[in-house]
Design a protein around this ligand. Structure first.
Ligand SMILES: Cc1ncc(COP(=O)(O)O)c(C=O)c1O
Length: 383
């Protein structure tokens, strides 16, 4: 074969390949950029610098920078593995019934009127993300067409994507005020007033991600006033109950306040942070509705949607949480573990604040201690 034959052969091979490529079923698929947070974690892991610190991912770490398995989770794990009846059968479509019931009780309070009146529906979900997804999917089917979901600006990166994925249009409401490094309550209330009646409003129940700024009780009351007047639908995202302040009731005050006022709500719960069960993907979607009949209808749709989405949820994490939530002694131990985690975060904020003051750092730093949870908008600008 002469060099020119070889060249011809190569050219025809390449054109055949590129012909095949251009015929690809996936030709129109653009290359998506990597997820910023998960990409940062991968880069962090690959970095060999000994004093590296990962400030990106929202996961609790010990003083040594290590993940922490909660002592109560270790106990529940032992109980689970020693259970002679343990098997690996499918869970029911909506998950473990005692788990969803205990999750509603945890969120709404043991003496919740909505629970007593049996107007609560719930489904076990793939952690908090799955709870929001299931709720959003439900709304995409049964909420009035054209309804817009409003999310805070800024918000957790996934909120917009989750609603967009199910075809719900998303808009922002102002939240962060850079001047005060606090809540832009006037902007927030103004946007709620300006939104079309009956909009979906996504609210962070506590420990707002990413600002660490939560409304006060007074501000929550004002938010509820406007939402009630405008007939907006509150969709709470609760990823940090007990993890924010160490007090389960305090961290669900907003949700309970809305329910006390007669709102119908969705609330998505995550057990990633407060149980340290990040990878076990354990959460719950709870709906509070007007009456029992409505709750039954909503519940039946949760089951129908869940069946086609994931068939049934994963068992392990939910079994651990189910053991702890339904045992008073373990529950008390869990509360103590929560105080350990939240206490350490509060203490770190305090230490950072004191050091900044001690060093006479120019500027105001009280937002470091006023903000809550594991996220902080420092007000520092990148270079
Ligand atoms: C505000 C908020 N919502 C929901 C989630 C969902 O987390 P997961 O799906 O891991 O439970 C997170 C996690 O960081 C979050 O910060």
């Amino acid at each position: 074969m002469t060099p020119s034959d070889r060249l011809n052969l190569l050219t025809s091979h390449l054109s055949a390949t590129s012909h095949k490529m251009s015929d690809s079923f996936f030709e129109q698929v653009p290359l998506a950029p990597p997820d910023v947070i998960f990409h940062l974690t991968a880069t962090y892991k690959a970095d060999t610098f000994p004093q590296k610190v990962n400030l990106g991912v929202g996961a609790y770490r010990t003083d040594k920078g290590k993940p922490w398995t909660l002592p109560v989770v270790k106990k529940a794990d032992e109980i689970l593995h020693n259970d002679p009846n343990l098997d690996h059968e499918y869970l029911p479509i909506k998950g473990i019934p005692t788990f969803t019931a205990a999750s509603a009780k945890l969120m709404l309070g043991a003496d919740s009127v909505a629970i007593k009146e049996r107007r609560v529906a719930g489904a076990q979900s793939i952690s908090g993300t799955g709870a929001i997804h299931l709720g959003a999917l439900f709304l995409s089917k049964y909420y009035p067409k054209g309804a817009v979901a409003f999310v805070s600006n800024p918000t957790w990166a996934n909120h917009k994507a989750i609603f967009n994925n199910v075809g719900i249009e998303v808009a922002d409401y102002p939240y962060w005020n850079p001047a005060t490094r606090g809540l832009d309550i006037d902007g927030f209330l103004g946007a709620l007033n300006a939104a079309p009646n009956g909009s979906i409003i996504v609210l962070h129940a506590c420990a707002h991600n990413p600002t660490g700024v939560d409304p006060s009780h007074e501000q929550w009351t004002a938010i509820a006033d406007v939402m009630q007047a405008k007939k907006h639908f509150p969709f709470f995202d609760c990823a940090y109950q007990g993890f924010a302040s160490g007090d389960l009731a305090a961290d669900s005050w907003s949700v309970r306040h809305f329910v006390d006022r007669g709102f119908e709500i969705f609330v998505g719960q995550s057990y990633a942070k407060n149980f340290g069960l990040y990878g076990e993907r354990c959460g719950c979607l709870t709906a509070v509705t007007r009456d029992t009949v409505t709750a039954k209808r909503v519940d039946s749709q949760f089951e129908k949607l869940q069946r086609s989405e994931i068939s049934n949820p994963p068992a392990y994490g939910a079994r651990l949480v189910n053991i702890v939530l339904n045992d008073p002694v373990l529950f008390a131990e869990w509360e103590s573990d929560l105080r350990t985690m939240s206490g350490r975060i509060i203490d770190m904020r305090d230490k950072l604040y004191k050091k900044l003051i001690e060093l006479d750092t120019p500027g105001q730093w009280n937002h470091i201690v006023d903000q809550i949870g594991m996220f902080s908008f420092t007000g520092l600008k990148g270079r």
